[in-house]
Design a protein around this ligand. Structure first.
Ligand code: IPD
Ligand code: CA
Ligand code: CA
Length: 316
């Protein structure tokens, strides 16, 4: 069965209105309400990022794990905007942002709206695909997820240059919004590894990349082809939309996959790590159910997480 995009269905109401209130739950941690906040913040941040159309590249203000792991002023401005919008609605919630790290909510600030501090945490990648953004390529995104008691319940990936917004609420499926239209997402199913279009990405550390290159060289002869899109959040949404059959990456950060992982899972994909583990900063894999097993078996044999052992040996 093909899991490609369903025909675009006109809803006659705003895409945002179309995803609100489907559970009917009204508690302080209502996933629909959290999604609404994430959606508004991601959309505003996406507009801010897209407003830069200069002839020159945005300035690199810092490098992180390696000279190629860059932060631009726009990454920071986007995260500041998102955090302020979240705090305006829910001052008591914690926020984990790529640029600002983890900040606790203000316990006093939550009294006004009755929100209970401590249960909700927001996971924010203000600009996923910074290198694409720097080079004027289109695959970059704003990614926001909301956790309740440590579980992601709502996620948004906003992809401004494609005019697309991907959303999911746990247990309610995932959706692609394009203007006023929205379509339910379904990953592909029944695809054999040899026919699979597989997305992946590479870390910024050269030692890790060497191992990732070895894994690529071993996998490439056994799949339809490989794609390296440049934004893990977009890649996971591409699995959800059937634009990729599978995705895996070693060494992502939580903010890279928190929202996209929920979107892929809600579209029917299996999301996890290798050999029965859950997805993590060590390894994240997403694929249709049968394909996941084949990819898992193939990758496990290659031991793609072995660069950790190598650096442990190196560091003594
Ligand atoms: C990166 C992107 C890329 C992935 C890297 C991530 P950033 O995030 O998601 O596709 O391969 O591992 O670090 O740095 O652009 O936010
Ligand atoms: Ca990222
Ligand atoms: Ca980022």
């Amino acid at each position: 069965m093909s899991g490609r995009l369903l025909p675009v269905r006109r809803t006659g109401r705003s895409a945002q209105a179309g995803i609100v209130g489907m559970t009917g739950r009204q508690d302080d941690e209502d996933a629909d309400a959290l999604l609404r906040i994430a959606l508004a913040a991601a959309s505003e941040a996406g507009r801010l990022l897209a407003s830069w159309r200069g002839d020159e590249r945005p300035e690199v203000v810092e490098t992180k794990s390696s000279p190629t792991d860059v932060v631009t002023e726009m990454d920071r401005r986007s995260e500041a905007l998102i955090t302020s919008r979240i705090r305006a609605h829910r001052p008591g919630d914690a926020v984990l942002g790529e640029e600002g790290g983890q900040t606790a909510g203000d316990p006093a600030g939550s009294e006004g709206d009755g929100a209970k501090p401590g249960r909700v945490r927001w996971i924010v990648d203000p600009l996923d695909g910074t290198v694409n953004y720097l080079y004027g390529l289109f695959d970059w995104a704003v990614s926001i997820a909301a956790e309740v008691d440590g579980t992601v319940v709502a996620g948004v990936v906003e992809v401004p240059r494609h005019g697309e917004t991907f959303t999911a609420v746990a247990g309610q499926g995932s959706w692609l919004h394009r203007g006023e239209a929205r379509v339910a997402l379904h990953c592909t199913s029944g695809v054999r590894l040899g026919q699979a279009l597989v997305g992946t990405g590479f870390g910024y550390d050269s030692g890790r990349r060497r191992v990732q290159g070895e894994v690529m060289a071993a996998l490439l002869p056994y799949v339809r082809d490989i794609r390296r899109g440049g934004s893990a959040a977009v890649d996971l949404c591409s699995v959800a939309a059937g634009r990729l059959d599978a995705f895996f990456e070693r060494g992502l950060n939580y903010w890279d996959f928190a929202a996209g992982g929920l979107i892929a899972r809600e579209a029917g994909a299996a999301v996890g790590g290798l050999d029965g583990k859950t997805e993590s900063t060590s390894m994240a894999v997403a694929a249709g159910p049968g394909l996941y097993q084949q990819l898992d078996t193939f990758l496990t044999k290659l031991n793609p997480e072995r660069d950790a052992q190598r650096s442990q040996e190196r560091d003594g």
